[in-house]
Design a protein around this ligand. Structure first.
Ligand SMILES: C[S@@+](CC[C@H](N)C(=O)[O-])C[C@H]1O[C@@H](n2cnc3c(N)ncnc32)[C@H](O)[C@@H]1O
Length: 241
């Protein structure tokens, strides 16, 4: 199975919905580069098939990365794409489970990164995950979240939406989410992971079993736990909606 090929195909599919994904991930990588000084430990939250980890390791080859996700198929692709690479470890966890980080050493990560995922968590879960992350970061470590974020200014959000619509239109001929899943579900060698995925989520698409959080769109309720949790800098990179 061409795992790296499936990872690349995932990236192209994601770029259809996130026209600025590459730039967003570039900003994320730069933030991590700035804090790790060539080596360190990074946690990739909701890592999918490992695309963010791949970007990080391309630029900072001495990193050690732990990837966490709930999707058995995406994790299988990540494991395949990085087979034999001792720098990475993939763990199957649901961030909604309060014990998801129980076996991760406190204060042991220089950076926690995540892309296009946390908006799927409800507000109370998101607040708790931020607190968990704060406990996992070493003093001075950073959380870098490349996700949809609210823009308070109507002028800016209007301009962002128009720009997004133009870019989205330009990428409309790319494979979409359903097409990608249909293609991967025809691949031999993934039957057990696909079966487990169906057992966990049914035939619903991810955004149907993870109702979109309103938390990211009215972020103020999570600010207090964030401030309490993080003594150091908190960096966020927003993607246009
Ligand atoms: C749009 S994908 C992004 C994947 C990856 N970060 C990337 O940018 O390619 C969102 C990811 O969040 C994961 N996810 C959603 N809810 C989760 C949860 N409760 N626990 C762990 N992972 C979750 C999904 O399985 C999926 O891999």
């Amino acid at each position: 199975m061409d795992w790296k090929g499936w990872q690349r195909r995932w990236d192209r599919q994601q770029e259809r919905y996130l026209p600025y994904r590459e730039q967003s991930l570039e900003a994320l990588v730069r933030c991590v580069e700035a804090v790790v000084c060539g080596q360190g430990r990074v946690l990739d939250l909701a890592c999918g098939c490992g695309s963010v980890t791949a970007c990080l390791l391309n630029r900072v080859p001495k990193l050690q990365v732990v990837g966490v996700d709930i999707d058995p198929v995406l994790l299988r692709i990540a494991r395949g794409a990085f087979a034999g690479d001792a720098r990475v470890r993939w763990i199957d966890r649901d961030l909604r489970d309060p014990r998801w980080a129980a076996d991760l050493e406190p204060a042991s990560f220089d950076a926690v990164v995540t892309a296009t995922a946390l908006h799927w968590l409800g507000e109370s879960v998101l607040s708790r995950v931020y607190c968990d992350v704060a406990g996992l970061l070493r003093p001075g470590g950073v959380l870098v979240n490349a996700d949809h974020m609210p823009l308070r200014s109507e002028v800016l959000s209007g301009a962002g939406s128009r720009l997004y619509a133009e870019r989205f239109e330009a990428a409309a001929d790319r494979e979409d989410w359903d097409g990608w899943w249909e293609a991967i579900s025809r691949k031999a060698g993934l039957a057990d992971a696909l079966e487990e995925r169906e057992r966990r989520f049914g035939r619903r698409r991810t955004h149907e079993f993870m109702p979109r959080s309103r938390g990211m769109y009215s972020i103020s309720p999570v600010q207090a736990p964030l401030r309490r949790s993080f003594g150091g800098p908190l960096m966020k990179r927003s993607s246009p909606q």
